[in-house]
Design a protein around this ligand. Structure first.
Ligand SMILES: O=C(CO)COP(=O)(O)O
Length: 248
């Protein structure tokens, strides 16, 4: 069985009650390819509103989760709280949290493990900075990020890996299809070698970084690109074109 195409929308710290309702209404009415798994990640404050209004079949993700089950952790949200609220996915390891909030590989791995232990799906983000790419460290960086998680989890069936080169995020500078495919293939090779053939065959590896309705069709043709994690464009009606990239 092939890997199901997966498109995530990461709203980041954008939106209001009105704009999120309008994005959700647009998605509810859109002609969405039924073979694509669609997951949107609004800011935490709007998770319940989004779940309430979004039609069944489209899923909702948190942008972040904490790695402890409960307790005195001001400002954090637990995996079980998400699960109870029908929020079935979470992001972990987004570069904005790695870079701005200084989250370490091990902390991200721990969050990923906790989320999976509570039955959530995880969109686990990895990617190199421009400096690292220019120093030819891309594969080493993503491998280290993967290894931290591989040390803590065995079952990858509910993990989607999002390769998001930091230099392509929000910059309009999308990775070329060759650049993206090269890293996706290296990620898959890592899974084959260090995890299992099953994980390598079945784990979706999606691309993020300035994905738009203009570049998504070319990227979607690459054999190891199984979908997208979309930032800015997920707030716009054109998100639907990206969701349908594989079939259009
Ligand atoms: O960070 C991203 C998704 O998580 C990508 O953001 P942009 O699509 O705005 O570049």
């Amino acid at each position: 069985m092939g890997r199901q195409f997966f498109v995530g929308g990461n709203f980041k710290m954008n939106g209001s009650v009105d704009t999120i309702k309008s994005i959700v209404n647009n998605l509810n009415q859109a002609k969405v390819d039924p073979n694509v798994e669609v997951v949107i990640a609004p800011p935490a404050l709007y998770l319940l509103l989004t779940r309430e209004h979004l039609r069944p079949g489209l899923e909702v993700a948190a942008q972040n989760v904490f790695d402890k089950p409960n307790g005195a952790f001001t400002g954090e949200i637990s995996a079980s709280q998400l699960k109870e609220s029908n929020i079935t996915w979470t992001l972990t390891g987004h570069s904005e949290r790695r870079v701005i909030l200084k989250e370490s590989d091990d902390f991200i791995a721990s969050k990923t493990k906790t989320a999976l232990d509570h039955g959530l799906g995880v969109i686990f983000c990895i990617g190199e900075t421009l400096e690292q790419r220019e120093a030819n460290q891309t594969i080493e960086v993503v491998t280290n990020q993967l290894r931290a998680v591989a040390k803590q989890i065995q079952d990858w069936s509910k993990v989607v890996i999002a390769y998001e080169p930091v230099w392509a995020i929000g910059t309009g500078k999308v990775a070329s299809t060759e650049q993206a495919q090269e890293v996706h293939a290296a990620i898959r090779a890592y899974l084959t070698k260090e995890v299992s053939q099953t994980a390598s065959d079945n784990t979706r590896i999606i691309y993020g970084g300035s994905v738009s309705e203009k570049n998504c069709n070319e990227l979607a043709k690459e054999k190891d690109i199984d979908g997208f994690l979309v930032g800015g464009a997920s707030l716009k009606p054109a998100f639907v074109d990206i969701i349908n990239a594989q079939s259009s």
